[in-house]
Design a protein around this ligand. Structure first.
Ligand SMILES: [Fe+2]
Ligand SMILES: [Fe+2]
Length: 364
């Protein structure tokens, strides 16, 4: 006997047969519901029955139609259905299969055969229900874990963004310190980042690299922190010795930024060290030439030159942008990478647009 009492719905228009089948089924230890025709059978499936034992031919609605309707109803679609048919009714059996009947039993119903068929189908149904429940439980668990995981990921992303924000802020402040010392402006270092980004994008560098350029290019002159004010702020030309000291802002910057695990600072280090190298090898500190100079530094040297000259300084007025572009073009292939110069010239409209933003709202 199962712990739970199965409820069997018996549908038959013949009262004697109904009564006989009901007696059998009760004798097996199951509860019984009775229906006198198909319509009543459909109505009673909603009473929480576990199996339907139905006659094939009944008035109002026959057993085939009952089976079809039950299969179309979500709450009863997997209810086991056993149809009572005559041995020779082969056509009935084919139609019944199509309608969704699970099993047959011949008229007149044999007591033992009915007991075994019901037992087997009810056990199968119980196993299927359990499977369905554990599948649902599994789905619920997966959905819950997914929600938890998503929440945790959002938290990690938020924290990473905060750290990244603080990280970039630190870089910006460090860079500003060097630029203030040199009478440059916050506007200058920001523009260098943005110009470099524009050029990097126009050169189709990888997006990650373009992002790095935005934050790394402003670090180019960070080494000026190590140059004595007497040289850095001197009005008028530097002598040879002073010039040599001044040029060490590249190696000093390289040292300040060396050994970092941060890709932004690593790129900043390369730019600080090599932004005064020249395409033809006549630059400093190492006389690198051509592709031996990192692309980020080749970009930075063009935009730095452009921005420095088009910017007002305490000791000289800004040079017009047309004139500066001509100067850059004249130095293409000697000081500057010709490809970067080409790209820069093509991107001028965008560069000037960025410059305008700073003229409207000057940053100090
Ligand atoms: Fe520099
Ligand atoms: Fe600069």
């Amino acid at each position: 006997m199962p712990e739970y009492n199965y409820r069997i719905l018996i549908a038959d228009d013949d009262e004697m047969i109904r009564t006989l089948h009901a007696e059998f089924v009760r004798g097996f230890g199951y509860d019984v519901e009775i229906a006198a025709d198909g319509l009543e059978a459909i109505a009673k499936t909603s009473l929480g029955v576990d199996l339907l034992l139905t006659d094939a031919h009944m008035p109002n609605m026959d057993g085939f139609e009952v089976a079809r309707r039950i299969r179309r109803t979500r709450t009863s679609e997997d209810l086991p259905i056993v149809m009572v048919t005559s041995l020779d009714a082969r056509e009935d059996r084919l139609r019944a299969y199509e309608a969704g009947v699970n099993d047959f039993i011949n008229k007149p119903v044999d007591h033992t055969e009915l007991r075994l068929r019901l037992k087997w189908l009810l056990e199968l149904k119980t196993a299927q229900d359990q499977l369905k429940r554990s599948k649902q439980n599994l789905e619920d668990t997966v959905a819950l874990r997914t929600r938890e995981l998503r929440g945790a990921l959002e938290e990690v992303t938020r924290a990473q963004r905060e750290i990244q924000g603080a990280h970039l802020d630190t870089i910006r402040r460090l860079t500003l310190a060097a630029e203030y010392k040199d009478h440059d402006t916050a506007g200058h270092i920001e523009r260098i980042g943005r110009f470099s980004q524009v050029i990097g994008m126009a050169m189709h560098l990888q997006p990650g690299m373009v992002d790095l350029l935005l934050h790394a290019a402003p670090m180019h002159d960070v080494g000026k922190l190590g140059i004595p004010d007497s040289i850095l702020l001197k009005q008028g030309p530097l002598d040879r010795e002073e010039r040599a000291i001044m040029n060490t802002h590249t190696t000093i910057g390289g040292e300040i930024l060396s050994g970092s695990s941060s890709p932004v600072i690593q790129m900043g280090q390369r730019i600080a060290l090599t932004h005064h190298e020249k395409w033809d090898g006549s630059g400093y500190p190492n006389g690198l030439s051509g592709d031996a100079i990192p692309i980020e530094a080749r970009i930075c040297s063009v935009v730095d030159y452009y921005d420095a000259l088009t910017m007002d300084r305490p000791y000289r007025e800004a040079v017009g942008s047309d004139e500066v572009v001509e100067m850059i073009e004249a130095d293409s292939g000697s000081a500057f990478d010709p490809h970067v110069v080409d790209i820069f010239v093509k991107a001028r409209v965008e560069i000037e647009k960025i410059q305008l933003e700073y003229i409207v709202e000057p940053t100090t």
